[in-house]
Design a protein around this ligand. Structure first.
Ligand code: G6Q
Length: 532
C-alpha cells in the first residue's frame, strides 16, 4: 500500500460522512482545523476531512519530499527542470537580504540595484520630474504587456488603488485586438503619456504589435525622436530593447529565474510602484517575504500554504472536484480570480509527470471566481445545488478601507453565511417545518456537504496583499510537488501561437493554397472572402 492508495481507500469512509454531522459531533472541529499567521486566518474546517484525513494528507506531503523541494526552491536549485532554470521569485522579495546563489553568484546585489533604479524612476514620475518630449509632466502611464507581464501589476494596482496617487492615470494594454490600444490611446495625450513596455522576451507578438502602434502614435504627434522620452522597458532582452529605440538607462532588467506569472515582484511591478510609491511596493514585498519565511519554517500542520494545498489535493485528486472557485469579498480584489487563474492553471494544468510519464490522477482544477456578493446572484446557484462539487475559497478583510454605513457588516455576514450554507444545506424536514409547499420541497432542498475554506485578514494593505499572493503561489508550488509535475513551464500555450503564425500569411495571401482540415480551410476561406 502506498500513501496514495491509503488515501483512495480513505475516500470510501469520507464519502459516507457528512460535514454537518462532523460539526455536530465535534464542537472542537474549528479549533482543530484552522491555522493562523499574523492577522491571517485560514479556516479549513468546512472541508470533508477528519483527523485521519489530515494525518494521511500530511504523510502524503512528507513522502512527496515536500520539505526538500521547498529547500531546493529557496536555495536556487534548478527546479524548473524542463527549462533548466532556478525559480527565484522569493529572492525578489528577500527583504532579509540573505545571499541566494545561482551558479556561485549571489543574486541579491543585482535585485537590489534594480529596485533602487525603480525607486529613482518612480519618484521622478510621481513628482512630475520625468518629462515628455515637449517638457510636460507625465499624466498617463500605459503598461503594455501580456500574461505574466500584465496580470500582476494590473491586479495589484487595482487591489491597492486606495493607496494610488491621484495625480496619475494608469492603463493596461494586453490584447492584440486593436480595440485595446485604440481605446486606451483615445484617453491619453501623447505629450503627457509614458509607455512601459513590459516583456521578458521582448518578442511577444501581442506586446510588440501594441508597442509599435504606440510608438507610431508618438511619432505622428511628436516626431520620431520623441520615443526615448515616452518609452521605458522592462525586460531580460537588452538587445531587442535597444533596437526598439529605448534608452538603456530607461530599461529595467529582470532575469530568467523569474517566471512570467511570478514576476509581479520584479521590475514588472514598475507601474505598480509608480502608482503606490516605493514604500508601498516595499511593503508588498515585505508581506510576501513574511509569508515565505512562514512557508519555509513552519511545520506542515500549521503551515497555511501547505494546508491550503492539501485541501485542494484532497478535493480534486481524491474527491474528484474538477473546478475551484476563489471568491474574494473585497471589491479591491476583483481581479484576484483572473490573476490566480493564470497562476494556478498555467502552473498546474499539466498531465505529464517530471519522470515523463502521464499522470493517472487529476491535477490542477479549473479556477474561476468574482468579487463580493455579485456571484451570489449568478453562478452560486450551481455551487449550492448543481451536480458539480465546487470547492471554494472565501476571502475577506475584517475592515473595509471604505467603511460606509453598514455595508461591510452586510458583506461579512454574507461571506460567513455562504460557507455555512454550503456546509449545512437545508433538509426536507427543515423546509416542512417552515411550511414550504410540498411540491416545491425538492427544488428548495440543499444537500449541503459542500467544501470551502475561509481566509480572513485585517484589511487590504500592501503587506496583506503580499502575504495573500505569496500564500497562493506557495499553495500552487506544494500541489505541483505532490502531483510530481513541473509547475514552472508552460508549453501548453505554444501550439496555438505557432499555428497562428502559419495562418496569418494565408489570410493575407488569398492565392496561397490551403492545406488544413476542412473546418480550418473553410474558416480561412470565409475570412478571405469577406475581408478586403
Ligand atoms: C507566464 C507566461 C506568460 C508570459 C507572457 C508574456 O508565466 O510565461 O504569461 O508572461 O507570454 O511573455 P513576455 O513577458 O516574454 O512578453
Amino acid at each position: 500500500m502506498t500513501i496514495y492508495t491509503d488515501l483512495l481507500e480513505h475516500t470510501k469512509t469520507i464519502e459516507k460522512t457528512n460535514l454537518k454531522a462532523l460539526f455536530e459531533n465535534d464542537p472542537k472541529r474549528f479549533e482543530k482545523f484552522h491555522a493562523e499567521f499574523q492577522d491571517m486566518l485560514l479556516d479549513y474546517s468546512k472541508n470533508k476531512i477528519t483527523d485521519e484525513t489530515l494525518s494521511l494528507l500530511l504523510k502524503l506531503a512528507k513522502t512527496s519530499h515536500l520539505k526538500e523541494a521547498i529547500n531546493d526552491m529557496f536555495s536556487g536549485k534548478r527546479i524548473n527542470t524542463t527549462e533548466n532554470r532556478p525559480v527565484l521569485h522569493i529572492a525578489l522579495r528577500n527583504r532579509s537580504n540573505t545571499p541566494i546563489y545561482v551558479d556561485d553568484e549571489d543574486v541579491m546585489p543585482k535585485i537590489n540595484k534594480v529596485l533602487k533604479q525603480m525607486q529613482t524612476f518612480s519618484n521622478k514620475v510621481r513628482a512630475g520630474e520625468f518629462k515628455g518630449a515637449t517638457g510636460k509632466e507625465i499624466k498617463d502611464v500605459v503598461n503594455i504587456g501580456i500574461g505574466g507581464s500584465d496580470l500582476g501589476p494590473k491586479m495589484a494596482l487595482e487591489a491597492l488603488s486606495f493607496y494610488k496617487t491621484p495625480k496619475l492615470n494608469f492603463h493596461f494594454v494586453s490584447n492584440v485586438d486593436g480595440t485595446d490600444i485604440t481605446e486606451t490611446l483615445n484617453k491619453c495625450n501623447p505629450e503627457t503619456t509614458l509607455f512601459i513596455v513590459s516583456s521578458k522576451t521582448f518578442t511577444t507578438q501581442e506586446t510588440m504589435t501594441n508597442a509599435q502602434t504606440a510608438k507610431d502614435w508618438i511619432s505622428v504627434h511628436l516626431g520620431q525622436k520623441a520615443t526615448k522620452h515616452h518609452f521605458v522597458a522592462v525586460s531580460t532582452n537588452i538587445k531587442a530593447v535597444k533596437a526598439f529605440g529605448i534608452d538603456a538607462k530607461n530599461m529595467f532588467v529582470f532575469w530568467d529565474f523569474v517566471g512570467g506569472r511570478y514576476s509581479l515582484w520584479s521590475a514588472i511591478g514598475l507601474s505598480l510602484m509608480i502608482g503606490i510609491g516605493y514604500e508601498g511596493f516595499i511593503q508588498l514585498l515585505e508581506g510576501a517575504h513574511e509569508l515565505d519565511l512562514h512557508f519555509k519554517e513552519t511545520p506542515f500542520e500549521k503551515n497555511l500554504p501547505v494546508l491550503l494545498a492539501l485541501m485542494g489535493i484532497w478535493n480534486t485528486t481524491y474527491l474528484g472536484a474538477e473546478s475551484y472557485a476563489v471568491l474574494p469579498y473585497d471589491q479591491y480584489l476583483d481581479k484576484l480570480p483572473l490573476y490566480l487563474q493564470q497562476l494556478d492553471m498555467e502552473s498546474n494544468g499539466k498531465s505529464v509527470k517530471k519522470n515523463k510519464k502521464e499522470v493517472d490522477y487529476m491535477t490542477g482544477p479549473i479556477l474561476f471566481g468574482t468579487a463580493g456578493t455579485n456571484g451570489q446572484h449568478s453562478f452560486y446557484q450551481l455551487i449550492h445545488q448543481g451536480t458539480h462539487i465546487v470547492p471554494a475559497d472565501f476571502i475577506a478583510p475584517i475592515y473595509s478601507l471604505n467603511e460606509t454605513g453598514n455595508h461591510h457588516d452586510i458583506l461579512l455576514a454574507n461571506v460567513i453565511a455562504q460557507s455555512e450554507a454550503l456546509m449545512r444545506g437545508k433538509t426536507k424536514e427543515e423546509l416542512e417545518a417552515e411550511g414550504v409547499e410540498k411540491d416545491l420541497i425538492p427544488f428548495k432542498t440543499f444537500t449541503g456537504n459542500r467544501p470551502s475554506n475561509t481566509i480572513l485578514f485585517e484589511k487590504m494593505t500592501p503587506k496583506a496583499l503580499g502575504r495573500l499572493i505569496a500564500l497562493y503561489e506557495h499553495k500552487v508550488f506544494v500541489q505541483g510537488v505532490i502531483w510530481n509535475i513541473n509547475s514552472f513551464d508552460q508549453f501548453g500555450v505554444e501550439l496555438g501561437k505557432q499555428l497562428a503564425k502559419a495562418v496569418l500569411p494565408e489570410l493575407l495571401n488569398k492565392k496561397q493554397k490551403l492545406n488544413h482540415d476542412s473546418s480550418t480551410n473553410a474558416l480561412i476561406e470565409k475570412v478571405r472572402s469577406l475581408r478586403r
